[in-house]
Write a protein that binds this ligand. Sequence first.
Ligand code: ZN
Length: 281
Amino acid sequence: MVWLVDYRSYFYNIDLLILRLGRIASGYMARNLLYYSRMRYAVIADIHANLAAFTAVLSDIEHKGGVDEIWCLGDIVGYGPDPCQCIELLRRYKHVCVAGNHDWASTGKVDTAYFNPFATTACKWTHQQLSQDDIEYLDNLPQTIEKEDFLLVHGSPMEPIWEYITSIGVATRNFAYFRSLYCLAGHSHEPVIFREEDGSCVFVPFTPDIGMVLGEKRLIINPGGVGQPRDGDPRASYAIYDSESRIIKLHRIPYDIGATQDRMMQAGLPIHLITRLKAGR
Ligand code: ZN
């Protein structure tokens, strides 16, 4: 009987020990998981076959310590002179990418009925440059991707390929079309943040080099365009998000605009598309 009690207490103590070790181990694992789950992402949109701009952005990302993954919001091609090189360069990096209207128009997956004549000309030229592998890659891009607290789209959650979120009205309507806290969208080539407020939303300026902590309020964030900015600043635009600090920061990067313009001249692309790069419009 005495032996039995000792025997039980022996196992009782072993149980306690295992429990304690388990707690220590799980605490250690949780701390390390927290440490290792810190991720940095580059949020880029609208490269538009502008290799000089894309290369400048990639060097800047490296200069800032690199990222774990690139989140690309579509329109890798269209307008610019180096579609194949931009696709190839993006594919060298760990990345995800959603489809843009120019990506699918250049493969013939959507038609160019909504395009202006300059975009249509560039689109036809782009189609002639693409390899079968490029076409398959672009055709297989999804319309939306969910990552952490974000929905990634090119245009809008409501119409991922075509809709521009450029007004409070359109932004407000779109908050009902995604469930995640935040949405990342491109397409307008203008950096901007819309914050949901009591059934409506407000416009928040997205200022370069000032980190913004993402809180509880839902947001639609546009990192601007890499290859054809349209907010009056011709420098390439992109953002970096840090999942630990929850800070997103916009960056504007000068690049050799003349080099891209020369390549566009050689390719015989429309002059309007060439001159607008310097104006950033
Ligand atoms: Zn675009």
